[in-house]
Design a protein around this ligand. Structure first.
Ligand code: SF4
Ligand code: MSK
Length: 674
């Protein structure tokens, strides 16, 4: 078992707590994955359909059995329709999150909320200027009221185009118009796309895929982008700050509250409530030395970025955090929360507290959160933790003494401030660094963990290989947490892991080589940062020309599909670990991994080996550099020896800017013989 266990994660704190789970006979996500035995290949390849109840149908193109569904739909259309549904789910999740933040902005605009206030008037006024909202002689609240109404209308808009479409370069807007992929309204795109998937509506595979691009753009330039901007207005613009990450941030002598999920509307208020003197006195009266707040997944990233609250772990650590026996309350809201937590709490003293009216978890204590009563709810939850502290068995508390320093809090604006200096913020130094080849290019490495991959390994190996080759890495989500735990988000990492070019830049401006940009919705910061690179000029006048690329090596959620699709639709190629569930259709595989280049100037690549994936990304960057007539990298680095996979496909073309992104090991439409 010891060997089996070490195959599960590269993170020592995870292995330590997995051991605790095993000794306690407690089941984890890895055990449940093993219990699934062989997973359904039809599902994996996207060729099963439950869209009507003549079915379910499964088809096996080119193999034995049905070639079309009972209704006669082709395998290509089934695959495309299923992918569109995934994009709808991902877009809906991000956008509903964005909607809640806008509603909190509307509340702040009334001036009556004791917790929601305009914490970044500067960003509020910059957004008002961008959208043509009158500012002169008006209070922040008046402006915020108009902005909230403007954004709420973006959700319900029926026609025209989303306002933020104009943040993209002209070339991208032209591509979207040609593909009929300009998003009209956020809710509209999700509803219309779901309509397309009903039996007997759209069964043109390419048309369905273009609908998935349009819907994903409603996420990237709609729900998510609005969520990020308004979070900055309401909770404050992040600034670089130091904090810590991994399970060692839990404290044996304090009340530990873990926030887990995504929406900052409650977690940000919990941060304020946890310093309330009355609550601290109550905690002390129970024998605790304080109230220790930490987080899991993206809500952790939100309060890390703005308050420096430490992060206890990423997606696959949510159960293991409970195994420390030191978590008094795990507060959950929406997205990426294991239903298994409520079963696991039975073997420890932790109370799982659900808070969202949208997400109830049988077995959890439900304390429903509403924005107009936020502080009261936050204090009530903290009191649950204080009361529960007495139920902790000190003999069962076992916190791994493992944590790492990190710097987080980077945004599109912060990068400009740091590089250009306080009095002349600018992307010029970054553009110049890229143009000269000191920085080879930029990569966004984001996304989840997935127990099908050794926990954190792909993130860490990929990012190390990228920075070693002088690629500046931008991160969000659980990927940022993985690399934080591996020490890659600390400025010292530049000297240890980065190539000479990145080292020079990091030394000059004090940046880490890997920049933490926030939560899943904050992937839009990568889009706006790319827009700044384009505006600054000299390294490509549209997204598809930039030496930039994205990756999600351990992705697992539908949100990751929506994010990947809006990046590829925007002209930024994306490499992902496991393939999309499309391999049942050669046509769709080809469309996404090849033909998309003609429509959007970017493609998907499926490559499970993180080093091969990193090399494909570097080769892609080099090709973009060559297309722009930029010199090769200033400091050429030999590729690392391969790890656990095939020889890097593009080794021969290193450094000459001539390689192309390959489809890696994507086997195309493998046949199922049953
Ligand atoms: Fe089968 Fe067609 Fe119904 Fe899907 S929509 S379940 S393929 S009959
Ligand atoms: S939390 S979507 S596991 S990144 Fe945003 Fe992490 Fe993926 Fe959830």
């Amino acid at each position: 078992m010891a060997d089996e266990k070490t195959k599960r994660s590269v993170d020592p704190a995870t292995l330590y707590t997995l051991d605790l789970a095993e000794k306690a006979g407690v089941e984890t996500v890895w055990d449940r994955l093993a219990a699934q035995k062989t997973q359904c290949k039809f599902g994996k390849q996207g060729i099963c359909c439950r869209n009507c109840f003549m079915g379910p149908c499964r088809v096996n193109p080119g193999g034995k059995g049905a070639q079309v569904g009972i209704c006669g739909i082709s395998a290509d259309a089934i695959v495309a329709r299923n992918l569109l549904k995934d994009v709808c789910v991902g877009t809906a999740a991000h956008s509903d999150h964005g909607r809640e933040i806008v509603k909190a902005l509307a509340l702040a605009a009334t001036g009556k909320s004791d917790v929601y206030k305009i914490r970044s008037p500067e960003k509020l006024r910059a957004l008002a200027e961008e959208y043509g909202i009158e500012r002169d002689g008006r209070s922040n609240e008046e402006i915020a009221g108009d902005l909230a109404q403007l954004f709420l209308a973006e959700f319900g808009k029926q026609d025209g185009q989303l306002l933020n479409v104009s943040r993209a370069p002209e070339e991208q807007q032209k591509n979207w118009a040609a593909a009929e992929a300009i998003p009209r309204g956020i809710d509209r795109e999700v509803v219309t796309s779901m309509h397309l998937t009903h039996i007997g509506v759209d069964n043109d595979p390419e048309h369905l895929i273009m609908a998935s691009v349009r819907t994903s753009l409603a996420d990237g330039y709609g729900g998510s982008m609005i969520g990020t901007d308004v979070s900055d207005v309401l909770f404050g613009k992040p600034h670089p700050l130091r904090s810590r990450v991994n399970l060692g941030v839990l404290k044996a002598d304090q009340i530990n509250i873990l926030v887990h999920g995504h929406e900052p509307t409650l977690s940000d208020v919990i941060v304020a409530a946890a310093t309330d003197p009355e609550l601290l006195a109550e905690a002390e009266a129970k024998g605790a030395k304080g109230i220790n707040l930490a987080g899991i997944c993206c809500t952790a990233n939100e309060i890390l970025m703005r308050h420096g609250v430490p992060v206890a772990g990423n997606f696959l650590q949510q159960e293991l955090a409970l195994m420390t026996g030191a978590v008094d309350v795990m507060l959950i809201d929406v997205q990426c929360v294991f239903p298994a937590l409520t079963e696991m709490q039975k073997s420890v003293h932790t109370k799982v507290v659900s808070t969202s009216p949208k997400a109830k978890f049988p077995g959890a204590l439900h304390i429903e959160f509403h924005e107009d009563d936020a502080m009261k709810t936050a204090k009530e939850i903290i009191r649950v933790a204080i009361d529960n502290f007495g139920n902790r068995d000190p003999d069962k508390v076992d916190i791994p003494d493992i944590q790492e320093n990190l710097v987080a809090g980077f945004t599109t604006e912060v990068v400009s401030d740091i590089l250009g200096g306080k009095y002349r913020p600018s992307y010029r130094p970054l553009n110049d660094g890229i143009a000269t080849g000191r920085i080879r290019g930029v990569a966004g490495v984001v996304g989840c963990n997935n127990p099908k991959f050794k926990h954190d390994e792909a993130h860490v190996l990929m990012v190390k290989e990228l920075i070693r080759n002088d690629v500046l890495v931008l991160q969000t989500g659980c990927s940022a947490i993985a690399c934080g735990k591996a020490g890659l988000l600390a400025p010292e990492a530049a000297l240890k892991y980065a190539g000479e070019g990145i080292q020079e830049i990091c030394r000059a401006v004090g940046l880490p080589p890997v920049l933490h940009l926030g939560s899943c919705v904050d992937n839009t910061r990568i889009l706006t940062a790319c827009a700044e690179l384009v505006k600054e000029g000299g390294i490509g006048d549209s997204f598809d020309k930039l030496p930039a690329v994205g990756a999600a090596p351990e992705w697992m959620s539908a949100k990751a599909i929506a994010i990947g699709m809006y990046f590829v639709g925007s002209g930024i190629s994306v490499v992902i670990g496991q393939s999309l569930p499309v391999e049942g259709s050669e046509y769709i595989v080809d469309l996404l991994t090849s033909t998309f280049d003609k429509h959007f100037g970017a493609t998907w690549t499926f490559e499970p080996d993180p080093i091969k994936a990193a090399h494909a990304m570097i080769d892609h960057i080099d090709k973009k550099r060559a297309d722009l007539g930029l010199p090769g990298p200033m400091y050429d680095v030999p590729y690392a020896p391969k790890t656990g996979g095939a020889t890097p496909t593009a080794q021969a073309s290193r450094g000459n800017g001539a390689a192309t992104v390959s489809v890696g090991s994507c086997p195309g439409a493998t046949r199922i013989e049953d």
